[in-house]
Design a protein around this ligand. Structure first.
Ligand code: ZN
Length: 115
């Protein structure tokens, strides 16, 4: 069961970034990375929207809606930075982790705990 509380807080904090039904599926361990990214993205353009946030092959993936090229390029470089950070952070708890198998990034404790 994924705890969705932090997602609701995120959407409340950045109302312009997300539409009616935000498609956000990543673990709370990446909360800080995602929150920092959202803070930077709202500064890029007030019209920018995030269409999806998810975890793919153990890395964060963030997709933005249609926007002009310069906005897109700025957003994409911030997103790349966040994605690079995410592969070293446990998606469940936020501790230092590494790629576990092909699908998840986890820390040692979460691996041993069977998460
Ligand atoms: Zn962990």
């Amino acid at each position: 069961m994924v705890d969705r509380t932090w997602v609701e807080e995120l959407v409340t904090q950045f109302p312009t970034l997300f539409g009616e039904n935000p498609d956000i599926w990543c673990g709370e361990g990446w909360k800080d990375i995602v929150t920092d990214l959202c803070g930077s993205l709202v500064e890029v353009s007030p019209n920018l929207q995030i269409t999806q946030i998810k975890e793919k092959f153990g890395a964060l993936r963030v997709y933005v809606g249609v926007c002009d090229v310069s906005t897109y390029n700025k957003a994409q470089s911030l997103i790349n930075e966040a994605e690079t950070k995410s592969v070293h952070i446990c998606g469940r708890c936020g501790k230092i982790g590494s790629r576990y198998g092909r699908l998840k990034t986890k820390c040692r404790e979460c691996i041993e705990g069977g998460w």
